[in-house]
Design a protein around this ligand. Structure first.
Ligand SMILES: *[C@@H]1O[C@H](CO)[C@@H](O)[C@H](O)[C@H]1NC(C)=O
Ligand SMILES: *[C@@H]1O[C@H](CO)[C@@H](O)[C@H](O)[C@H]1NC(C)=O
Length: 543
């Protein structure tokens, strides 16, 4: 440690002690969450990550990156005469990680998945689309299985995208299909399966492209009225994908551009039964200065702002909020408590190889229900930079899985910002030992709930009885890549009855989401939340 760093450390420590002595706890002094390394070497740097309803996690990189650190099973090799790096490749570029055992199993993905997109469809299969080179028009399927099973990627030769897709965003639709929006090669949307429908050209996607792009990986949220909110660069529309019409243009969001390569992130805040699921708010945080990508060696300071907007309001307006510090390449993750975690990223530069030099190691917590100015807090830092090509996913146990980070074209395991093969988990404070007594244990939840039906969850309490009404929240399992969780949504359900019986067994009656516009049919993580502490989720199929 340099003497100047030593000095600032001592100033921080003395500052904290002074605060503790007078009985205050400044946020930066109290441990706010904990980090652990789950796997030292996952074999690949995950560029795309998705959690399956079997409590396994699909990690996916790109295929044309040279040798990874994990061999394909059974001596398999991939022969690809068009692969630029390794035409005979015996290593895996996708692996399956099992929660609990932390086992890593290599998977076989045939075509290039670089900067691709995906969604889980109703039956729990991940339908994954596009990429570069031979993967540009590919559709891939991963039907998850029990841990220990042998499920793997399947590519059907006859099922292709109509347009090449690189840096596109997918969203599961109420009718069970998914829509693929934009990307480098296309200013159109298309559907999987297409069922004979040609792509719809969407001028908005073209209009939002500037000289450094800024419209890749558009932020897409399915709204309660069945329309899509699509955001690219600084602009957004309400889009009716059935008629290919723009229903409304939202005001421009002031500040920096927000999409690739400018690397903001976005969530639709949880939809609430108490509001009839009719009100949708979008929160969008971070970004990079225009020009950061054109002049990467300048490492321009990243955005410090978030925009928040009620997209279902007839006269919507952005409210601007300041984050505690600048950030780009952050991942925004909806927590089971209905709060938002902003994790990973950097405070300068932008997306792209070597385009940032100052990682942000501290996640931020955003409490949507708090008053403006009081929503953010600063959390415990990791020691591992997670910059370009890193991911974050909510796990059923309430932790956040953090994987990837590769700011190099190939695997570079030594030096500054090495290709990151370690998998970490961040445990928010709700998992601290102090809070364990509040943590609900789900004893039984239905495996399937039908729209609008009442259903019962049985849970036991630990030492502290629940106070007041418990919350029941459903979280989707998104496909996470490039600082955006495609298809992420959360629903706060109505609890109509709650009784405590013998042995502290609590029975909760909740009402399933009303329809597929609120919750497209899929597997969701069902969390019971007691005083801000979530249970381990039960997977429930909503349909
Ligand atoms: C699930 O749906 C996908 C996409 O429609 C399909 O390819 C797959 O075969 C289905 N899986 C099962 C087990 O039905
Ligand atoms: C957050 O806390 C860390 C210490 O863990 C500190 O280095 C950082 O400056 C803090 N950030 C803000 C914005 O307070």
């Amino acid at each position: 440690m340099h003497s100047s760093e030593m000095k600032s450390l001592w100033i921080t420590i003395s500052f904290c002690i002074a605060f503790l002595v007078i009985g205050l706890s400044p946020l930066s002094c109290v441990a706010q969450g904990a980090w652990e390394i789950l796997v030292q070497n996952a074999g690949i740097a995950s560029m795309h990550t998705a959690v399956t309803h079997f409590d396994t996690v699909i990690l996916l990189d790109r295929t044309d990156i040279g040798a990874s650190q994990v061999a394909l099973p059974n001596g398999l090799c991939r022969n690809d005469p068009n692969d630029l790096r390794l035409k005979h490749d015996c290593t895996a570029h996708s692996v399956l990680f099992t929660l609990g055992s932390n086992n890593i199993r290599p998977l076989t993905v045939a075509t290039d998945t670089w900067c691709s997109s995906g969604q889980f469809v109703s039956n729990g299969t991940l339908v994954q689309t596009g990429g570069d080179f031979d993967g540009n028009k590919k559709v891939r399927y991963f039907s998850p299985c029990q841990p220990g099973g042998s499920c793997d990627w399947v590519e059907a030769a006859d099922q292709n995208l109509q347009q090449g897709r690189w840096y596109a965003t997918n969203q599961l639709l109420p009718d069970g299909r998914q829509i693929v929006v934009g990307g480098l090669d296309s200013n159109a949307v298309e559907f999987i399966p297409a069922n004979g429908q040609a792509p719809f050209y969407l001028p908005f996607l073209q209009k939002t492209r500037d000289s450094q792009k800024d419209n890749f990986y558009p932020f897409v949220h399915l709204l309660p009225d069945g329309n899509l909110f699509i955001f690219a660069n600084k602009d957004s529309i309400l889009y009716n994908y059935k008629t290919n019409t723009v229903v409304m243009n939202y005001p421009t969001l002031q500040g920096e551009p927000r999409n690739y390569p400018s690397a903001g992130s976005s969530v639709m805040l949880p939809l609430l039964a108490s509001q009839g699921f009719r009100v949708a708010e979008v929160l969008l945080c971070g970004g990079s200065q225009f020009g950061a990508f054109l002049n990467p060696s300048a490492f321009m300071p990243a955005s410090r702002t978030c925009g928040r907007i009620t997209v279902t309001d007839p006269n919507p307006a952005w409210a601007i909020e300041n984050m505690p510090a600048r950030r780009n390449m952050g991942d925004m993750i909806l927590l089971p408590t209905r709060d938002v975690l902003i994790i990973n990223g950097a405070s300068d530069g932008c997306q792209g190889w070597g385009n940032a030099k100052t990682p942000v190691l501290n996640p931020f917590w955003y409490k949507p229900s708090a008053a403006p100015g009081k929503r953010f807090s600063n959390l415990t830092a990791t020691t591992i930079p997670r910059v370009y090509h890193s991911t974050a996913n909510l796990l059923p146990d309430g932790r956040i899985l953090v994987a990837g980070s590769n700011t190099h074209q190939l695997y570079k395991l030594k030096g500054e910002f090495p290709t990151e093969l370690r998998i970490e988990a961040f445990s928010p404070t709700y998992l601290s030992s102090k809070k364990q007594k509040y943590r609900p244990i789900i004893v039984h939840a239905p495996a399937f709930v039908a729209y609008n039906s009442a259903f019962t969850i049985t849970m036991t309490q630990r030492t502290a009885a629940p106070q007041g009404t418990l919350e029941v929240n459903l979280a989707s399992a998104p496909f996470v890549t490039h600082s955006f969780a495609q298809g992420q949504r959360m629903l706060n359900l109505a609890v109509t009855k709650q009784t405590t019986g013998a042995g502290g067994i609590v029975k909760i009656t909740a009402t399933a989401p009303p329809n597929a516009m609120i919750a497209p049919s899929a597997y969701y993580m069902l969390f019971v939340v007691n005083r801000g502490v979530p249970s381990v989720a039960a997977w429930v199929h909503v349909g």
